[in-house]
Design a protein around this ligand. Structure first.
Ligand SMILES: [Zn+2]
Length: 702
């Protein structure tokens, strides 16, 4: 795996670059060398690259931002400047603006509520936001909604730099000139090629004209290092920022506006370019039309040793291991597909276009998608569909942690006991399975899970080494082999984890979904919706009371202008019964299925006729699809899953039961009622399907 990484990260390999194509062909050649049937599928996607970039402070003093990451002498690939993409945010619009600067903290909606209280508007201003707290594309989206004309996003050393440790090359953390490149596409609407929403970006696909594309930013946006951001922030006056807004630069933080005036200019080549997905198919011997899909992207922002190569090498090693088993005569029952995606960094392009191209077949055949994206030293992190919770807990119990030699499951359990709240400690000790996180967006599982309703998992190790090279030229072989999984033992652990998951899924008698953990988790989601509503009601009552009591008039410091919040109608009570009944239905059906399965397993499966197993499997295969709806989510019909979605105003952070949750958050009460009904119906349908599979299993087991 060290040798694979050395080869794949030897040169910059962003989507459609010469070395990106070279890597795709090399990956293809490895799979073929191992005797696997592999091919490259090419798509044609919008991939703008910068023609012009400028950020200058015009007043009160002149400063020109460098917008470059310098060579570091000990790091051999950091000098490959001719092949490196410049520092920029892809899918920013073109723009050339001069305006006063305002600091907006992370630039999420609650930060703008704070600005309102300070009486500060960002209308016709350029905002400077720090990275963190949201998908980066949310920052220009929310800024534009508030009337800003430009957006700068910088890495504050509090979140990503010396606050955490020594900076590269002395340590793992972000150096002052390191810049986080990244996409600012509004992925809350859809992922994939901006020109071809919902359909594959094949050569002759029908493409939107650029002016009709809704996922590009409305205002020009550029990322900055903290070396470049520091003089801009130092030039701001106005109120000192609220305490949680303070970063780790050695200066007071002011909001502005002014006297800093900034010139921001970006212009792009708006090109359509080819990207190269590498795909391998191992046909199933019993259920060839049930697909187990495993993927990881191969493209990087620059050299990308950690992101994505550290996990791509595990995927390659899994491919090699499976090919060895095939040579020994092993034949998986179900079809296995391995995929190395291209164009992930711009907006999950390669995976989304493949999913959209093959949507009908995937809806009919896909049983699970298992993703990874990068890997490091430490603990196994798992997120995914809760129907896979029990399954992946089983896998984690059988993989050895390379450092402690206990199972990675045991180590994770003990870490939860050390770091968890009292409730989490209790659960870690007594609940049979460790909970897994829900998936929003941010990597290649998105189109599988959110657009088609294919049960998905996202796996990776980490937590023991820090890092500050994300999306910079310093994410390279030198950094990884000095500061991350330097012995590649966690790359091996990832290959063992994902490889075991693939094999078990491919060879199970029945698809190994479990609905009891799922029902248990759904219960917590419904409870949290109720809490959210109660919190909003209490907060609004309290605020209205304080306004009546003239609290804000009394405490406003006349020398520091602030503005009281406005009174608003208290949120009404909502009827959660359709959701509660849906969860109860799934719980009952899940218990029935569990009993039927236990009985069948006790009979050793010998009395289960293969034909009835196949038909039960077909029902199970559709179970995650039942959680999707034809109309999709409000404002964004591309997202069809009723239980998990990226937040409309957070981006990668997951919202569970998103239609209802966001309606409550945004105080849209009629919509909340309607969404409860829609999500409740999806749960009823799911319960009916599980019940029917359980009944079939009873019958087959008799
Ligand atoms: Zn990645």
């Amino acid at each position: 795996m060290r040798q694979y990484m050395r080869r794949l990260s030897a040169r910059p390999h962003h989507a459609s670059s010469p070395y990106d194509r070279d890597n795709a062909e090399w990956i293809l050649s490895k799979f073929k060398e191992w005797g696997l049937a592999a091919e490259i599928e090419t798509f044609y996607v919008l991939f703008p690259t910068p023609k012009e970039r400028a950020v200058e402070l015009l007043e009160p003093a002149k400063f020109v931002a460098r917008l470059e990451e310098p060579t570091i002498a000990v790091d051999p690939t950091s000098s490959q400047h001719s092949e490196q993409l410049p520092t920029y945010n892809v899918y920013s619009s073109d723009g050339d603006v001069i305006a006063p600067l305002v600091y907006v903290n992370y630039g999420v909606p609650s930060d703008y509520e704070q600005l309102d209280r300070l009486g500060i508007s960002v209308k016709d201003a350029i905002v400077i936001a720090r990275y963190g707290a949201s998908w980066r594309g949310i920052k220009p989206k929310v800024a534009a909604e508030h009337g800003a004309v430009g957006c700068l996003i910088y890495s504050d050393p509090r979140d990503d730099g010396y606050f955490d440790g020594d900076t590269f090359p002395n340590g793992a953390w972000r150096p002052k000139d390191g810049v986080q490149r990244g996409s600012v596409m509004d992925m809350t609407l859809y992922s994939g090629d901006p020109l071809t929403p919902g359909v594959g970006a094949t050569k002759d696909a029908k493409r939107l004209p650029l002016r009709d594309v809704k996922v590009l930013t409305k205002i020009p946006t550029l990322p900055l290092s903290y070396a470049d951001a520091q003089p801009l922030l130092a030039a701001l006056t106005g109120p000192v920022v609220p305490e949680p807004w303070r970063g780790a630069l050695n200066q007071p933080y002011h909001v502005g506006p002014g006297p800093a005036r900034v010139h921001l200019k970006v212009k792009f080549n708006w090109d359509v370019k080819p990207i190269y997905d590498v795909l391998v198919k191992i046909p199933g011997s019993v259920y060839p039309d049930e697909w187990i899909i495993r993927g990881n992207h191969h493209d990087a922002w620059v050299n990308g040793a950690e992101d994505p190569t550290s996990a791509q090498v595990a995927l390659l090693e899994e491919g090699r291991a499976l090919s060895e088993l095939l040579k020994q005569g092993w034949r998986p029952k179900r079809t296995i597909i391995y995929s190395a995606w291209d164009g992930e960094e711009q907006g999950l392009l390669g995976s989304t276009e493949w999913v959209e191209t093959h949507a009908d077949e995937l809806r009919a055949k896909a049983a699970v998608y298992i993703n990874s994206d990068s890997n490091g030293r430490g603990y196994l992190n798992v997120s995914g569909s809760h129907t896979l919770e029990r399954f992946i807990n089983g896998v984690a119990r059988d993989v050895q942690d390379p450092e402690t030699k206990m199972s990675v499951w045991k180590r994770d359990q003990l870490a939860r006991i050390e770091h968890g709240s009292a409730e989490e400690r209790g659960e870690a000790r007594t609940r049979p399975d460790l909970r897994i996180g829900a998936l929003g967006s941010g990597s290649d599982y998105t189109a599988f899970l959110q657009h088609l309703g294919i049960a998905s998992l996202h796996l990776g190790y980490g937590g023991e080494d820090g890092g500050g090279i994300y999306h910079s030229i310093y994410d390279d072989f030198y950094w990884y082999t000095h500061f991350s999984d330097t012995k590649f033992v966690y790359c091996r652990a990832l290959a063992q984890t994902a490889g075991t998951a693939v094999m078990r899924f491919a060879d199970a008698d029945l698809l190994p979904y479990d609905f009891t953990d799922f029902a248990d988790t759904l219960r917590t989601y419904v409870d949290s919706l109720k809490k959210l509503l109660k919190g909003a009601q209490d907060e609004s009552r309290e605020r209205n009371l304080e306004i009546q009591e003239q609290v804000f008039t009394a405490t406003a410091d006349p020398q520091r202008p602030s503005f009281p919040p406005k009174p608003e109608a208290a949120p009404p009570y909502l009827n959660f019964a359709p959701l509660e009944n849906g969860v109860e239905g799934i719980k009952r059906a899940a218990e029935h299925y569990q009993r039927a399965l236990a009985k069948a397993e006790a009979n050793d499966g010998t009395r289960l006729a293969r034909t009835s197993l196949a038909s039960i499997d077909q029902k199970l295969l559709r179970s995650e699809r039942k959680l999707t709806t034809a109309q999709g989510l409000p404002r964004r019909p591309w997202y069809v899953h009723e239980i998990y979605a990226p937040g409309y105003y957070t981006g990668y952070g997951v919202k569970t039961i998103p239609g209802v949750r966001e309606a409550i958050e945004e105080k849209k009460w009629q919509e909340a009622d309607a969404q409860v009904a829609i999500a409740g119906k999806a749960l009823d349908d799911e319960a009916e399907l599980i019940e029917s599979a359980a009944t079939d299993l009873d019958r087959a087991g008799q």
